[in-house]
Design a binder for this molecule. Sequence first.
Ligand code: NDP
Length: 292
Amino acid sequence: MTQKTNLIDGTAIAAATRAETAQRVAALKASKGITPGLATVLVGDDPASAVYVGAKRKACEEVGMNSIGYTLPATASEAEVVALVRELAGRKDVHGILTQFPLPKHIREDAVLAEIPIGKDVDGFNPINMGLLGLKGKRAPFAPCTPQGCVELLVRTGVQIAGKRAVVLGRSAIVGLPVGLMLLARDATVTYCHSKTPNLAAVTREADILIAAIGKARFVTADMVKPGAVVIDVGINRISDPTRKSGSRLVGDVDFDAVAPLASAITPVPGGVGPMTIAMLLRNTLEAAERL
Ligand code: NDP
């Protein structure tokens, strides 16, 4: 199969889900007079965090939602951040709360997350939301956005999940662990691999669906992939590239050029999972408002 026919176009799928969200936002405004609102809390002046928050706020406005932004100085105390989140938790015009991580070292992320009611935890990072993901028959109010984006790509591409063997490379709380739980809930047989897994290639070669989320450039090589597998590459790694004006470019955790010819479907980097994260954040915020 050629790369053209097996490419999962995350940019197009994210655009389609954002358009659907915009329609539902308009419908909610018309029927109930409610405009979904996402509050963002940025602490400190980390440039990358500021870019991420800016992109999320702009995306909110593009689908007709309110974006309510707060920026606190890096010197803000944990008590100040907690007090702000507590105030946002009680506000009627705030349906979702997002605290941009990492927080400055003197602030405990758990202490801040604990203040976000699970009904407004649109990032899905509250341990209660995460725990519900793993309990059979329970429904978490919100799943974390990147893993949800991975599953959405599979579903919208028509990939069958039930009964398939899924292998997740990586077990972090924000990607690997929740994506595996979500695939399990959809009746895949799930195996997790991590840095202590022996004979990694033998395990990944069993995957009908392979999710790579380890943060190592082009780690997954052709010999690690079963022909016909569906490959979802979550990794975002910057490597040097003297042919580019910037001197660098982004690649995933999968050696795309080698793996794409044998995969039945594969996400590129960039343009695969990446665009889905904000699209899922918008949908989660909309759904928080719809549930009122
Ligand atoms: P973490 O560093 O938190 O976790 C990496 C995981 O990979 C760990 O479970 C680790 O195992 C495992 N791992 C590391 N090295 C190896 C190895 N050599 N063999 C097998 N397993 C290994 O990363 P994240 O989950 O936060 O992110 C993973 C990637 O996804 C990154 O490239 C990140 O940039 C990207 N990402 C993309 C997003 C998006 O598209 N929007 C959002 C979030 C992340 P162990 O637990 O044993 O240490």
